[in-house]
Design a protein around this ligand. Structure first.
Ligand code: GCB
Length: 587
């Protein structure tokens, strides 16, 4: 890479001891159904563009009154500015809007040492890297801005007051996933919940509950010295022992649950007990498969009437809430959707839980987006870990039907090897779902052609005929030239429409032009029998630094609804009319 020499110059090794990636999928703990202590609220905060905190070891400074200090401190972690957790710093103060670098979060933590208990800290997400310190001790770091991670505090905690510090860095670098260039805003911060769990010695680490063939299969990983656990699904009359060998248990149950579907989103309480530990989940049972070019839900062919969504809010940035997710899904339902693409990174875990309840199917993905350094082992480790963390977090959610391993990546040998590896990991972690990736059209041959297609179940296709590709006629030709052996889902298509008073009355960026693109897309795609769904780009306008055109002004305006999450554009109604017709036809 061209930047290697520069990188070497820059790197004095000050941060090397911290780049351990020791907090990863294997240290995650299953937390559904557990009561934790929320660490939401104001934390001391300081931006640190030069990484002075790591060089000067701010994390080792103990609280001391300023007048008692013998050394001048460059920063005081214990006083000064605060921000709420969760939040994105860009949305807190204008001076931090474009800040990219490290920032320090500090808060006191009271602890009453309960003998024989274990304390596990869980961070819902911090963008991108997060280093955890307790009382001056470095406990580990995590890469990946959208997945949760856990760190055990037990040994480092002392009775009474403790100090917890997080160093979060949102710098886009060459070796990470995503890399440097994305079409969404580079938010930073601890933007999902931070929770402390007080647990017994024996801990249920992982629980995977699903329909496998005609049986309910339950697999668990338990950390602790117990030979047997129990699983109960009261509504199905199930309550049986699960033998544990080396902490692993696996049972298949004869039961006939009512199957989950968008029309009947039936969920069952599942209780799993091991020693003194217990977790609880609400799980739907259904099958998802593909046969030839069909996608089958519970054995019946379906068409995915979808829409893509980002996790982005005009005032909160990446911070989300149940209200926000429910509004998003209500809009999707108003559009006639049975499906959403959660782009381009793992969304808040509540999204899949709420989709389970509301009866919506989901595509979930990791940010293997555009160009990343496919040949770099560190990049690969990062991507693989993010995929594992996403799958382990959400694989009990019936709503999730597709794991997507990437978006619009050039068809090179290194990329093929990298992404085929990811598709294999997805199947190994969870053989019950489909895999996909947003692929590209071969513009020279005017054909759907991507070597990755042989290694995934569903070919996602991003195409922007009528927008980035001005010759619309080529889309019909691509349709005719292609004969994929598996289902195609149009994972993106769309056009910008500026609904503000500055928006043009006609031509590119006008609402009428956007609507016209939707009409033409629908007219062409509806006749392609291998197209088994679509998730046009996108439900809401979203913030992005790279778009500064006169009609964009810092926003991607391909939303069917404006950034206020209220104002519907004409194309919304066009897509809704098509989906209403499709739903009738598919009944
Ligand atoms: C794409 C990308 C998406 C962009 C979109 C656009 O192909 O996958 O992330 O936001 O196009 O608007 O250009």
């Amino acid at each position: 890479l061209a930047d290697n020499a520069l990188q070497a110059l820059h790197d004095e090794g000050y941060d090397a001891p911290f780049n351990t990636q020791s907090l990863n999928a294997d240290t995650l703990i299953f937390t559904r159904g557990r009561e934790g202590l929320s660490l939401a609220g104001d934390w001391n905060f300081c931006v640190d563009l030069l990484d002075t905190g790591l060089r000067q070891k701010w994390f080792t400074m103990l609280p001391e009154a300023p007048e008692d200090r013998v050394e001048p401190w460059d920063y005081d972690p214990y006083m000064g500015e605060t921000v709420p957790v969760p939040s994105c710093w860009q949305m807190q103060k204008e001076k931090w809007y474009f800040f990219e670098g490290s920032a320090w979060y500090t808060r006191p933590l009271m602890h009453d040492a309960g003998a024989g208990r274990r304390q596990i800290l869980r961070i819902g997400a911090a963008q991108y890297d997060c280093k955890v310190f307790l009382n001056g001790e470095f406990l580990g770091n995590h890469y990946g801005g959208s997945t949760p991670f856990c760190v055990e505090l037990t040994e480092a905690l002392k009775p009474g007051q403790n100090w917890l510090m997080l160093c979060v860095n949102n710098t886009r670098t060459l070796d990470r996933v995503p890399m440097r260039n994305t079409d969404w805003f580079n938010y930073g911060g601890v933007y999902r919940e931070v929770t402390l769990y007080d647990l017994p010695q024996t801990i249920i680490r992982d629980l995977f509950v699903r329909l496998a063939g005609s049986k309910i299969r339950v697999s668990a990983v338990v950390d602790g010295d117990v030979a047997q656990a129990r699983v109960a699904i009261p509504e199905l009359g199930v309550d049986i022992a699960v033998p544990l060998i080396d902490g692993k248990g696996d049972v298949s149950l004869d039961a006939t649950p009512e199957l989950w579907s968008p029309e009947t989103p039936k969920l069952y309480d599942v209780v799993f007990t091991a020693g003194e530990d217990q977790v609880q989940d609400r799980v739907g049972f259904r099958s998802i498969s593909r046969e030839g070019t069909e996608i089958l839900l519970n054995g019946t062919p379906i068409f995915l009437r979808g829409i893509s969504v980002h996790e982005d809010d005009e005032t909160l940035g990446k911070v989300t809430s149940d209200t926000d997710i429910r509004r998003r899904f209500a809009h999707a339902k108003a559009l006639g959707c049975n499906y959403l693409r959660l782009a381009h990174y793992p969304h808040h875990e509540r999204a899949a839980e709420i989709a389970d309840e509301m009866g919506l199917m989901l595509w979930e993905e990791i940010p293997v987006y555009w160009a990343i350094d496919f040949a770099n082992p560190a990049t690969r480790r990062d991507a693989e870990n993010q995929l594992r963390e996403l799958i382990r977090r959400d694989r009990n959610r019936a709503s999730v039907i597709i794991w997507s391993v990437g978006n619009e990546n050039p068809d090179t040998d290194a990329r093929l090897d990298f992404m085929r590896g990811l598709a294999d990991i997805a199947k190994a972690e969870d053989p019950t779902r489909l895999t996909s990736a947003a692929c590209l059209v071969n513009h020279a041959k005017l054909k759907i052609e991507d070597r990755l297609a042989d290694h995934i179940d569903v070919i996602g296709l991003n195409e922007y005929y009528g927008w980035y590709e001005e010759n619309f006629e080529e889309l019909a030709e691509i349709g005719r030239n292609s004969s994929p052996d598996r289902p195609v889902v149009i994972s993106e298509t769309g056009a910008d429409g500026d609904n503000t008073p500055q928006g043009p009355a006609r031509g590119l960026f006008s609402l009428s032009y956007q609507d016209e693109v939707y009409k033409k897309q629908i007219a062409t795609l509806r006749d392609l029998d291998y197209v088994k769904g679509m998730s046009p780009w996108i439900l809401y306008d979203f913030r992005v630094e790279r778009r500064q055109g006169i009609f964009q002004r810092g926003w991607n305006r391909k939303g069917l609804i404006a950034a206020d999450k209220e104002t519907k554009k004409p194309a919304f109604h066009t897509l809704a009319a098509y989906y209403a017709e499709r739903a009738q036809q598919d009944q």
